[in-house]
Write a protein that binds this ligand. Structure first.
Ligand code: PBG
Length: 337
C-alpha cells in the first residue's frame, strides 16, 4: 500500500492531536510522580562522622548515626515522607542466633531513636530480617542441614520487630519471607502496646540476582552460606503466587505490601494492585540502581530523564510509592521542575 492511497482521506482518530501542545499533554497526563511517592533506603554504620562508599552502588554512602540525622533533616526539606533503614554491623556482632538483631541498644535501634529525635516528621521504616546479624548471611536461623528454619526464625523476628517499635519505628518491614511472620509480629505489637505501629510487608519478594550490590552494602555477600535464598524467597517464574503471598500477609495484619524487585516485576505490581486494591509499594533494588548508574557513567543514558521515567513507570504500574536509592536525587529534580 502506498502513502498516496491515503490522500484525501482523514484518519478517524489522531492521538497526536493532544500531544501537540504542552498544555494538553499536561491536561491528559494520567500519572504524576511527586516527592510524596519516594522512600529512601539508608545504610547506617557505627562511628562518628563516618562515611563509607558502597563500591557497587556509586553515590550511595553508608552513614554513621550523626550524619544520618543530618541527612534526615534534608530529606524532610525535600518532601520525602519516609526512609527505610538498613544497619551494617561489624562481623564481630554476627552470630548463628542473630541475637544482635533485637539488642535494645543495637545499631538499628539507636539509629531509629536518633532519627525520630532529629526529624520526628520523617517516617522511619525498619528492616525486619536477620541477614545483617547472622554469621551465614541468611535471613533466618539455619539448622545443621543448612535449611532456614521457619518458626524459630519467626520468634526472633518478633523480638526484632518489638525492639524497633520500642525504639520508635513508625513502620516495621519484614523482608525475610518466613511463613506466618506478619501474624506473629502483628499480635506481638498489639500485645505490647504498639497497636499503631504499621507493618509494610515485603510480601512478594523474589529470589533475585538483582540484590547483589545490596549484599555488598550490608556486608552479607562475602559470608552468604548456601549461596542463595531459594528456600524462602519466591521463584521469579511465578506470578499467581505473589497474589497468594500478598493476600496471606494482608489477612495476617499487614497495612501495606511490597513487591520486590521493581522494574522487572511491574506486571506483578499491576496484578497485586488490581486484585487487592491496598497500599502497594515496589522496591527499585540495588541492582537496578547499579545498572542505571553504569549506563549514566558511560554516557549511554540521560541521567535526570531516565531516573524520573523509571520512577514514573512504577506509578503507571499501580504502585503507591517506590523505595529507591534515587529518592533524594529524584526529589531534587522534581523540586527544580
Ligand atoms: C534482606 C534484604 C535484601 C534487600 C533488602 N532486604 C537482600 C536480600 O534479600 O538478599 C535487597 C535490597 C536491594 O537489593 O536493594 N533482608
Amino acid at each position: 500500500m502506498s502513502f498516496t492511497s491515503h490522500r484525501g482521506q482523514f484518519p478517524h482518530s489522531r492521538p497526536r492531536r493532544l500531544r501537540a501542545s504542552e498544555f494538553s499533554r499536561r491536561l491528559v497526563r494520567e500519572n504524576r510522580l511527586s516527592s510524596d511517592d519516594l522512600i529512601l533506603p539508608l545504610f547506617v554504620i557505627e562511628g562518628r562522622d563516618e562515611t563509607q562508599q558502597v563500591a557497587s552502588m556509586p553515590g550511595v554512602e553508608r552513614l554513621s548515626v550523626d550524619l544520618l540525622t543530618a541527612k534526615a533533616k534534608q530529606l524532610v526539606q525535600l518532601g520525602i515522607p519516609a526512609v527505610a533503614l538498613f544497619p551494617v554491623v561489624d562481623p564481630s556482632a554476627k552470630s548463628d542466633d542473630a541475637r544482635a538483631a533485637y539488642d535494645k541498644d543495637g545499631l538499628a535501634q539507636r539509629a531509629v531513636r536518633a532519627l525520630k529525635d532529629a526529624a520526628p516528621e520523617l517516617g522511619v521504616i525498619t528492616d525486619v530480617a536477620l541477614d545483617p546479624f547472622t554469621s551465614h548471611g541468611q535471613d533466618g536461623l539455619m539448622n545443621d542441614a543448612g535449611y532456614i528454619v521457619n518458626d524459630d526464625t519467626v520468634e526472633v523476628l518478633v523480638q526484632q520487630a518489638l525492639s524497633h517499635a520500642e525504639a520508635g519505628a513508625d513502620v516495621v518491614a519484614p523482608s525475610d519471607m518466613m511463613d506466618g511472620r506478619i501474624g506473629a509480629v502483628r499480635a506481638a505489637l498489639e500485645r505490647d502496646g504498639h497497636a499503631n505501629t504499621q507493618i509494610m510487608s515485603y510480601a512478594a519478594k523474589y529470589a533475585s540476582s538483582y540484590y547483589g550490590p545490596f549484599r555488598d552494602a550490608v556486608g552479607s555477600a562475602g559470608n552468604l552460606k548456601g549461596a542463595n535464598k531459594f528456600s524462602y524467597q519466591m521463584d521469579p517464574a511465578n506470578g499467581d503466587e505473589a497474589l497468594h503471598e500478598c493476600a496471606l500477609d494482608l489477612a495476617e495484619g499487614a497495612d501495606m505490601i511490597m513487591v520486590k524487585p521493581g522494574m522487572p516485576y511491574l506486571d506483578v505490581v499491576r496484578r497485586v494492585k488490581d486484585e487487592l486494591k491496598v497500599p502497594t509499594f515496589a522496591y527499585q533494588v540495588s541492582g537496578e540502581y547499579a545498572m542505571h548508574c553504569a549506563a549514566f557513567e558511560n554516557g549511554w543514558l540521560n541521567r535526570d530523564a531516565v531516573i524520573l521515567e523509571s520512577l514514573l513507570a512504577f506509578k503507571r504500574a499501580g504502585a503507591d510509592g517506590v523505595l529507591t536509592y534515587f529518592a533524594e536525587e529524584a526529589a531534587q529534580l522534581l523540586q527544580a521542575q
